[in-house]
Design a protein around this ligand. Structure first.
Ligand code: NAD
Ligand code: UDP
Length: 326
């Protein structure tokens, strides 16, 4: 049945793919975004669809609309972006969640929170299960994001317990794919851009820290399954690819796939950078009958093609939009 769906952060990397997929499934979709890290170019190809609507708005301000479902994705996700205006990042997670939960409460919409594996911080338990409470430095450089997202989870649970709001929480692990911002500083986009330009590949630390990389299509499948899961299931649920790679292995794979002449260089590791990260996805398997399908190699090839096109068309240089994030 056709639904009316609000996607906050709809012009971002994941949000734009989500809008596209929800439209393809026959829904009416409203993208809400303040374009801090999102780009209009991510959604221009959807503009001709009469069931797609675009709103420029900041979720730290109240917003009124009538919809059936809300996917709350608005929040900068890359460390350089979320640390650019740390206070605003906290406001986006906290005030933004309050505004979107208040909206969901008034209009009786189901609301899904895009939480993150960062709620586990630098984990002492490996792999991470949803029952693990995490190991986060509350006064570190990543705290604006980690603690903001942890507070958002608290708000979601309490709006559910106190006001019976129909909530879903998913913890997303590192996700990559086409439409990542070429200058967002995240490891996959950085390495691919550096490799395609034959520049040095910047490994932070000795490259032995690990991450588990999930291709965006797998995430979307998990996200939509979570939104439409049974009424009694609220999460949090981990959605990520359990295959774990070191950052050095990722760099070597990118060099191989791009045929690049780039050399690896080693820079200092940023503070509080988690040493390892791998999702335990047994809950997602059980509740959502979901597991990732796309192998790292296959996903990287598609992502490399996207960045090659950007460079070929001279679209890899963007003005600094971050000044608008006040
Ligand atoms: P992104 O930066 O590409 O997208 C975030 C979008 O939110 C952007 O379009 C940005 O302009 C918008 N936004 C930011 N602050 C806003 C505000 N105050 N009001 C309205 N819009 C605002 O990042 P992404 O990778 O697409 O991440 C989307 C969501 O998924 C985020 O909530 C992020 O925390 C979560 N997540 C992503 C990953 C990942 O690996 N990509 C991992 C865990 C969680
Ligand atoms: N990283 C790196 N070189 C880069 C960018 C990132 O070695 O050019 C490392 C970073 O220190 C971290 C890992 O890659 O250990 C993943 O970083 P990213 O910012 O993509 O995500 P997160 O740290 O939030 O998982």
């Amino acid at each position: 049945m056709k639904k009316k769906i609000l996607v906050t952060g709809g012009a971002g990397f994941i949000g734009s793919h989500l809008c596209e997929r929800l439209l393809n499934e026959g829904n009416e979709v409203i993208s809400l975004d303040n374009y801090f890290t999102g780009q209009k170019r991510n959604i221009t190809h959807l503009m001709d669809n009469k069931y797609f609507e675009v709103v420029r708005h900041d979720i730290t301000m109240p917003f009124m609309i009538e919809v059936d479902q809300i996917y709350n994705l608005a929040c900068p996700a890359s460390p350089i972006h979320y640390q650019y205006n740390a206070i605003k990042t906290v406001k986006t997670s906290v005030m933004g969640s309050i505004n979107m939960l208040g909206l969901a409460k008034r209009i009786k919409a189901r609301i899904l929170q895009a939480s993150t594996s960062e709620v586990y911080g630098d984990p002492q338990e490996h792999p991470q299960k949803e029952t693990y409470w995490g190991h986060v430095n509350p006064i570190g450089k990543r705290a604006c994001y980690d603690e903001g997202k942890r507070s958002a989870e608290t708000l979601f649970m309490n709006y559910h317990w106190q006001n019976n709001v129909d909530i879903k929480i998913m913890r997303i692990f590192n996700t990559y794919g086409p439409r990542m911002h070429p200058h967002d500083g995240r490891v996959v986009s950085n390495f691919i851009m550096q490799a395609l330009k034959n520049k040095n590949i910047t490994i932070y630390g000795d490259g032995s820290q690990s991450r588990s990389f999930q291709y965006v299509d797998d995430l979307l499948e998990g996200m939509i399954r979570m939104m439409n899961s049974r009424d009694e299931f609220h999460g949090p649920v981990n959605i990520g690819n359990p295959y774990e790679f070191t950052i050095k292995e990722l760099a070597e794979q990118v060099i191989e796939l791009t045929g690049s002449k780039s050399k690896l260089i080693f820079n200092p590791l940023p503070s509080d950078d988690p040493l390892q990260r791998q999702p335990d996805i047994s809950l997602a398997k059980k509740e959502l009958d979901w597991e990732p399908k796309v192998q790292l190699r296959e996903g990287l090839i598609k992502t490399i093609q996207y960045f090659e096109n950007l460079i070929r068309n001279g679209e890899d240089i963007f003005p600094d939009q971050r000044r608008t994030y006040s």
